[in-house]
Design a protein around this ligand. Structure first.
Ligand code: FPP
Length: 228
């Protein structure tokens, strides 16, 4: 790569935090924040693809989210039921391939069916990938990959990585977390080893392409040494 050429992260992970506060500030129920959050996904992912990012992983539902109030969990699952297919169709229409990470058996049968239907809508010849983390937890993924590796024989980095949900995706280069917290919250723990971290106070429904572009500029200025 020439020294004046922009470095573009190949794989960006996004922790979409702040939906609840976005709604509360507007005196709306938290679920209205999640609805606004879903609407924001396609524009932000499209902005990332436009600059050359190849893969975006979205943290949509964590294993810990199961522990929220039943009403909120049910509302999130209902949102996934109603909005996942239209949203992924928009992304597939933009040339993306949609995959899922996580223990999707947690979801009701009809939601699992929707995920299978989405996987079947993927077309060949894609250049971009959207990986949606649903009932995803980094620790659970590591334990699962370790079990799969030991069942297959020798545990090596290669056999371990084959058991990760993200196997086959580019290495994770960058994580963006909205909503002000500065932690990974069990997101892509193994894959985050050398990812550049970006935090913003902006709540997810308000986060947009302009702020993402500024993060890409900052990313470009960082020197990645990978421990060398
Ligand atoms: C964090 O905000 C966000 C979540 C727990 C859920 C994110 C989910 C979506 C954007 C929708 C997923 C749906 C589809 C169809 C992919 P928070 O509730 O923790 O906000 P707070 O920190 O302000 O309380």
């Amino acid at each position: 790569m020439k020294s004046d050429e922009a470095k573009i992260p190949r794989h960006v992970g996004i922790i979409m935090d702040g939906n609840g506060r976005w709604a509360t500030r507007r005196m709306l129920p938290r679920t209205a924040g999640h609805r606004a959050g879903v609407k924001n996904i396609t524009p932000v992912v499209s902005a990332a693809f436009d600059v050359g990012v190849e893969c975006v992983t979205l943290y949509a539902f964590s294993t810990e989210n199961r522990g929220r109030d039943k009403a909120e969990v049910d509302a999130l699952i209902d949102l996934i039921r109603k909005r996942l297919k239209p949203m992924t169709r928009e992304l597939i229409a933009r040339g993306a391939h949609v995959v899922f990470s996580g223990d999707t058996s947690y979801f009701p049968d009809d939601v699992q069916q929707i995920m299978s239907e989405i996987a079947a809508e993927n077309v060949d010849g894609y250049e971009k990938t959207v990986n949606i983390a649903l009932d995803y937890g980094g620790r659970e993924e590591i334990v699962r990959a370790a079990k799969l590796a030991s069942e297959s024989g020798e545990v090596t980095a290669q056999s371990f990585e084959r058991g990760l949900y993200t196997y086959g995706l580019p290495d994770l280069d960058m994580i963006v977390r909205t909503g002000g917290e500065k932690r990974l919250s069990n997101f892509l723990l193994y894959q985050a080893a050398y990812a550049e971290l970006f935090f913003t106070d902006t709540l997810w429904p308000d986060f947009g392409g302009e702020e993402l572009a500024e993060m890409f500029c900052q990313y470009n200025k960082r020197t990645r040494r990978f421990g060398k």
